[in-house]
Ligand binder design. Structure first.
Ligand code: PRT
Ligand code: ZN
Length: 284
């Protein structure tokens, strides 16, 4: 019995999807087959598909789980379970209008023609905002539709914003913030559920480790208490006496978001020789 995971065949999610599996300790064959592959050290088969097809394949049970963008998951509205966000493939589904127009709020969109490949999510947004607009569903090159007179606005994925910029557009509204997520079929048997749980545990350890850094520093002994309150770590910091009298080495973890503020505060309180290292896995 093996768990079957659907992964994008090629495209923006391909590399990071394989990378997270690898970071979970799952070894894949060196030469990957185009359709189906077996992991070497975990009961997992990897099925490569177009991203748009992944939610349906998971709902139908052709794949047990899959990695796909939330934009696709919510647009397709399939009867599947979202297990966890994966922290890559980040983008937003946004409405954009020509740069030379001044945006006055959602009312601007009233009775306008909006081109998109995401008709469901766009309609949902317009309904929530009580705006009536005409949705033109198209499958690609959405960003050129305003310049050729097909639409007054577009609704498309944005990450850096450079595609909008080079097409004379500007972002007006964010419809959805999206990232890659792990989805699952809702009717997995107990054995498969156990494997999913195992995989999810590893994914969460990898994700957590990306948010934290390991920090080592030297502190005068009379400052240990203050510094421990700044970097309390997972339970409490480790303290190791240095051979230089009156000093100790302190080891802890810090969250990426507070990182620079913490470093400044540590220096102010007399910390020296601060070393920061990435963490590979974090199990709390
Ligand atoms: O062949 P297949 O159907 O599998 O792939 P695809 O061509 O449909 O998808 P792909 O590989 O382009 O994207 C896969 C997923 O990556 C998407 O469903 C999103 O979840 C995620 N993602 C993240 C993005 C972007 N960022 C992104 N920037 N998908 C597309 N874009 C496109 C966007 O459509 C626009 O054309 O990039 C352009 C905008 O990028 P910026 O950086 O110029 O703003
Ligand atoms: Zn696609």
């Amino acid at each position: 019995m093996k768990l079957k995971i659907a992964v994008q065949k090629s495209g923006r999610l391909y590399d990071d999807s394989l990378k997270i599996l690898k970071e979970c300790g799952i070894e894949l064959p060196a030469a990957l087959n185009k359709l189906l592959n077996e992991a070497i050290n975990f009961p997992l088969q990897i099925l490569f598909l177009r991203d748009d097809d992944i939610p349906q394949y998971v709902e139908d049970g052709v794949a047990d789980i899959g990695i796909v963008g939330e934009n696709v998951i919510f647009e397709k509205g399939r009867n599947i379970q979202l297990l966890d966000k994966l922290g890559f493939g980040k983008c937003r589904l946004s409405i954009a209008i020509p740069r030379n127009q001044s945006y006055t709020g959602v009312d601007f969109l009233h009775q306008k023609r909006i081109a998109t490949s995401y008709p469901f999510l766009l309609q949902q947004f317009l309904d929530e905002q009580k705006v009536e607009a005409e949705i033109h569903e198209i499958s690609g090159a959405v960003e050129i539709t305003t310049s050729v007179g097909l639409a007054d606005a577009i609704c498309d994925l944005v990450s850096s914003g450079s595609t909008l910029f080079s097409n004379g557009l500007k972002e007006a509204e964010v419809v959805l913030n999206s990232e890659a997520a792990l989805i699952s079929n809702k009717d997995l048997d107990d054995e498969k559920q156990l494997l999913v749980k195992k995989l999810l545990f590893r994914i969460q350890a990898v994700k957590k480790s990306r948010k934290y850094k390991y920090i080592l520093l030297n502190v005068p002994n009379d400052k240990i208490e203050t510094i421990c309150s700044i970097i309390p770590g997972m339970k409490s910091p480790s303290i190791i006496p240095l051979t230089t009298e009156g000093w100790s080495s302190l080891h802890s973890v810090v969250h990426e978001d507070d990182f620079w503020n913490i470093i400044e505060s540590l220096k102010e309180h007399g910390a020296q020789g601060i070393l920061v290292a990435p963490i590979e896995k974090m199990i709390v």
